[in-house]
Design a protein around this ligand. Sequence first.
Ligand SMILES: [Zn+2]
Length: 290
Amino acid sequence: VFVLNYIKRLVRPKQKSLLVLLYHKVVNDVVPDGLTVNPEIYLEHLRFYKATFPVFSSIDEWREGNSSGVMITFDDGYVNNLNIVAPMHESLEIPFTIFMTTHWLEGRFFWWDIITQNKDWLASSNKMGTDEVLNSLMNLPHIEQKEKRVDELIFKYQLKNELNKDLRCMNIAELSALSNSKWVNIGSHTISHPRLALLSNENQEVELINSKIELEKITGKQIDCLSYPHGGKQAFNQESKMLASKIGYKYAFAAYSGKVSNAFDPYEIPRIHIGNYDVNELKQKLAKFL
Ligand SMILES: [Zn+2]
C-alpha cells in the first residue's frame, strides 16, 4: 500500500521527476557479481515499468513532457544487451539507452569479468580477495597497465579467459545492427573505461572525443550522451564535466543514486543501480527515491 501511494505520487506529482535506472548485463548461468540480472527477472522488471510509469527514451523527452517516469540505461556494451535485452524491449515497445565502451569492440571480454568469473579460482590460489584485485586494477589509470596485470594474473593463476559467450562485448557489426533499432539509443562510456579523475586533462579529452567519433562512425547517429565509467563521485571530476560539455555531449550520467527533478545538473545525472531483485524488492528500492 505504501509503495502504491508512492507510485501514484510519482505518476501525478506536483513537480515532475525522473528515475534513471542503471543495468549492466542480463545473463543466465554466470557467477553473480551484483551487476548481473537473470533474463526472466529482467522481463518482470520491464513488465512492472511498463504497467507503472511512462518510460522515456531520453532526458529531452522527459523534459518536454509533463509527467514523471523512468529511463532505462545499460553500461559497458555487452552482447547480451543485443541478444537478450533488445528483443524484450522490442516486443514490449520500451526504449532504452546503452553506453558503449569502444576498446573492446572486437567482441572481447572485459577485464573485470575475467576476474569476477574466476572468483573461486582466485580465492583458492591467491590470498587476495576478488574485490581487492578489482580495486587495485581500477586504480591503475591506463588500460595498458590493467591488461598487462590481468595477463599476469591469467598466467600465474591459470585463470580461464574464455567466459560465457553472453559476457563478451558487442562487436562493430553487432553494434551497427543494434543502433538501427527504434527502441535503442547509443551513448558513450569512453574508450577504455578509466576512472577519469585519475587521468590528465589531455587523456580525459581523448577518451571523451575519440569514443564519440568512433560511435558516430559506426552508428551513423549523433552521440550526445555520456556515462562516466565507475560513475561514483570519485570517478570523475570538474574537468570531466567541463570537457563533456565542451566536446558536445548534452548530458552525462553518474552511477550514484538519486532522483532527477526540474533543477538538475546535466553533467552529473544520478542513476539508480538495479540488481537481480524480484518485483517486490524492486518496488521497495524505487520507493526510496520517490
Ligand atoms: Zn562501466
